[in-house]
Design a protein around this ligand. Sequence first.
Ligand code: PLP
Length: 371
Amino acid sequence: MEKRPTVAIIDRSAIRHNFAAIEEKVAPPVKVMAVVKADAYGHGAVEVAKVLEAQGCGFFGVALCEEGIALREARIEAPVIVLAGLYPDQVTEVVDYDLTPVIFDTRCLSALDDAARQAGKSVDIHLKVDTGMGRLGLLPTQVAPFLEELKEYDHIRLAGLLSHFSEAEEREKSFSRTQIDSFTAVLKVVRDMGYDPVLSHMANSAAAVDLPASHFNLIRAGIMLYGAYPAESFKEKIELIPAMEVKTEIIQLKRVPKGFPVSYGRSYVTDRETLVATIPIGYGDGYSRSLSGSGQVLVGGRRAPVIGKVCMDLSMVDVTGVEGVKVGDEVVLLGRQGEEMIDADEIAAKMGTISYEVFCNISARVPRVYR
Ligand SMILES: *Cc1c(COP(=O)(O)O)cnc(C)c1O
């Protein structure tokens, strides 16, 4: 069966390059955890993890237990840290699949300990401390009581301590520094209580580049692996290669007169004779409806505006200015064509969001093709 030409092309060599560039920013023996949650920000977690494991990446971060299981089923052997919460029903799976949950309260400890004992194993956990993100994690003052309780569980090993930055990508670093200080103080409390977590980590992509004092012995890199920057100012600090391109082809071309409505609601009406190209991608593929009237695509090496409302499966582009354009011509929504390039930050700015969401939005309906 011939398929719809809409694809997301993932460049493995870009991911390898980005991983190596991140590794260069951290001094040995600091290691890099590849954050591959949300299907590696839409790039395909299993493929990305395979590429990076072959490259020597020793740690993977996922949000969910089920994401960790998918990596294990694909024979990823490195430690997999489950960053965004463990649920009571998942303790057996965590043990069976050798996943490392991030823990932020005592809720699952007893069940986790039981599951590990029954399996004749010991389970590693990482303890999360909230140093100013106001999200998951124990407050620093809650750490000592937690560790007292942890002593009761013989089959749980405190293998890591972590925290998360709220604004490491900002130029002003003073709040980030208070987070580092707070984390350092907690690490001391933990050690004074006789625990020796092998791993301590708080840096995300931005902190990996900008805050060496936050590296401890592991950093967690997500967005930069995929070739996007935590903020504009990072472009001069590290050279990354975008790993995802989204492309399709023109499936219909139509010359319509001035005054002709395009797409739902007739919110767009041509102001001159217009050559309209219809492309088979829409918000059902993750090309946001909020790009109606502001999106641009590349056709024939030129920028062309998306006109009218983006539909679920289709969008329309004004290609009047594109010489020799024909049905079947390539249309680039994200990526490079000729001299022109549309990156995730450009799309994100038009949507009022960040590149992270642009990538995550590309839906499962768009086949990932690895190159
Ligand atoms: C997503 C995530 C990261 C990665 O952040 P980037 O900004 O993409 O590098 C790191 N740590 C935690 C806890 C996360 O949830």
